[in-house]
Design a protein around this ligand. Structure first.
Ligand SMILES: [Zn+2]
Length: 127
């Protein structure tokens, strides 16, 4: 880590790039992480954001989406079926669009702060 300058986690996250070099792609699929960075060979084994990105994106889009839904509903007063073809696709698109960069940002934060699962060492047996 010392050979690489500290990069902004927000910058590498939004670009979905390696948190160490900022060059290599982080994902091999839509949300699947690569095993390692193809540019600097950083092992992505440390990265385990679990359900964090889904929870935060769902919560944020839920709040923003409900505000948009309420503004649309109160001003236009459309029939309910209109929401099925307007509000629902917008909510799904916002969730899918935000999930990837948000997951990359959380991985970058894990890298910068060396976050990992807690390990509990047993104290030495006094006998
Ligand atoms: Zn890299």
């Amino acid at each position: 880590m010392s050979d690489y300058p500290r990069l902004s986690s927000l910058s590498t996250g939004l670009r979905c790039r390696c948190p160490r070099c900022g060059e290599g792609p982080l994902f091999k699929g839509f949300l699947s992480l690569r095993d390692r960075c193809p540019a600097c060979h950083l092992d992505y084994g440390f990265a385990d954001p679990a359900d964090g990105p889904a929870f935060f994106v769902m919560s944020a889009v839920g709040v923003v989406g409900m505000i948009g839904f309420m503004i649309f509903d109160f001003t236009v007063q459309p029939p309910v079926w209109v929401h099925l073809f307007t509000t629902l696709p917008v909510l799904v698109a916002l969730c899918l669009g935000a999930l990837r960069p948000f997951k990359a940002w959380m991985v970058a934060e894990q890298y910068l702060h060396k976050a990992e699962e807690a390990r509990f060492d047993r104290p030495a047996d006094p006998s």
